[in-house]
Design a protein around this ligand. Structure first.
Ligand SMILES: Cc1ncc(COP(=O)(O)O)c(C=O)c1O
Length: 429
């Protein structure tokens, strides 16, 4: 039988360390919210491939749609000879995106590409150069998106020089005492000392910071950013790559706030694991670049479009937005019980639908992040059959992103494993 250890050794010989893996666990099979590795060990999946398989692993309807598409054709290039399912998907996306303005879409392949293209589109439309992003943000690993990302390690170390004309300001985080006013003041200061608002093409914001630690922006903050963008003719970009696709209890997180961004990114959950991403935005802005200026060889793959259309159907038919809220409630009860049981360790619990996080600290002090416990908890969870992800600017946040199709019993099973891992680690100290 193949072993995880043997595969990890082979991997280390041929795949560069920059493309690391969280756990030396090699998967051979997956179903809804369960995974099995090459040693037949079973795992409850609280990660969904980082918020990608929102509709569960190997959903039979997605598998069927993909198989049918592959039998017909798998690639012609949407920029050479397009096909109906790409048009149909764009029709669905412009209808689902937040806000009532007329919209258009473009397809690309990855989340980072979607963000890069927002920058291109915003610059083409405004004929301006600068972009404002937030501390703690994550927008991808390409050159431009790495520049926009507001975290150095591991995303920016050794990779400079960075693209010009990117400015970072604090993201409001109540738990760390950074107020909305401080963030807005920082933008005003930026306008006075570093870049004129008339040179700013776009402000990009995650409505809930993902890799940064699952910190939500409030409605009032998002409305203030919208107002600022309107006052100065700046394009507002909502990066919904992690928050989108029913994850937070609405199709897109901006819909909780009744704020219409000018451009929105979509990736991850869009096609349940098939590589496709999109930018959707106001038609006038989207049409600024010249024909041929946007796209890519694999942009809008017909196989991924087929999957993406079924993903939308499943979200709608199975009411996964409501299900995300129920999942959050179920997690909330257990996490609160753990917070009481292991006092002073879970400093904060953040629940936004099924985008759930706990922040681990020492002695209940928000200024004393416990990155070591976080790392040990993730490792312990894997060795007891639970896929857990961490995140956070201080590497002390556990994030839970289960498939939205997960069964209640599987949630309970995973949370029991988590509680027992806590008990083992806390009692060791
Ligand atoms: C908010 C956000 N933007 C952009 C990206 C980059 O997406 P991709 O890894 O598909 O390039 C991610 C990925 O985690 C993300 O969470």
């Amino acid at each position: 039988m193949q072993t995880n250890e043997a595969l990890q050794k082979r991997k280390a010989n041929v795949i560069a360390r920059g493309q690391g893996n969280l756990a030396s666990v090699y998967i051979k099979k997956a179903k809804n919210a369960e995974l099995w590795d090459v040693e037949d060990q079973r795992y409850v999946d609280f990660g969904a491939g980082i918020a990608v398989t929102n509709t569960g692993h190997c959903h039979p309807k997605i598998v069927e749609a993909v198989k049918n598409q592959i039998d017909a054709f798998s690639h012609t290039c949407v920029m050479v000879t397009p096909y109906e399912n790409s048009v149909e998907l764009a029709e669905r996306l412009v209808e689902l995106a937040p806000g009532s303005s007329d919209k258009k879409a473009i397809f690309v392949t990855t989340g980072a590409e979607a963000v890069e293209n927002c920058v291109k589109i915003a610059r083409a439309y405004t004929k301006r150069r600068a972009i404002i992003a937030f501390n703690g943000s994550f927008h991808g690993r390409t050159n431009m998106t790495m520049g926009l990302t507001g975290k150095i390690t591991p995303y920016k170390n050794l990779f400079g020089p960075f693209p010009n004309d990117i400015y970072h300001v604090p993201f409001p985080v109540n738990y760390h005492g950074i107020s909305e006013q401080q963030s807005l003041d920082a933008i005003e200061t930026l306008f006075k000392v570093a870049v004129a608002p008339s040179d700013v093409a776009a402000i990009i914001i995650e409505p809930i910071q993902g890799e940064g630690g699952f910190y939500p922006a409030s409605t009032s903050f998002l409305k203030s950013i919208r107002k600022l963008c309107d006052e100065h003719g700046i394009v507002m970009i909502a990066d919904e790559i992690q928050t989108g696709y029913a994850r937070t209890g609405k199709m897109f997180c901006m819909q909780h706030h009744d704020v219409e961004p000018d451009l929105i990114t979509m990736a991850k959950g869009i096609a349940g694991g098939y590589p496709i991403a999109a930018v959707v935005g106001k038609s006038e802005i989207m049409d600024a670049p010249l024909p041929g200026g946007l796209g890519g060889t694999y942009a809008g793959s017909p196989v991924a479009c087929a999957a993406a259309l079924v993903v939308i159907e499943i979200i709608e038919n199975d009411n996964l937005t409501e299900r995300a809220v129920q999942i959050g409630e179920q997690f909330g009860k257990s996490l609160q019980a753990m917070q009481k049981e292991f006092s002073g360790i879970i400093g904060d619990i953040r629940i936004n639908g099924a985008m759930i996080a706990i922040e681990l600290v020492k002695n209940g002090d928000s200024n004393r992040p416990d990155a070591e416990l976080t790392k040990n908890l993730v490792a312990s969870a894997f060795s007891h059959g639970l896929v857990l992800l961490s995140c956070g600017s201080r590497s002390n946040v556990i994030r839970f992103l289960p498939p939205l199709t997960i069964e209640n019993e599987i949630i309970d099973e995973g949370l029991t494993i988590l509680r027992n891992c806590f008990a083992r680690l806390v009692n060791q100290n």
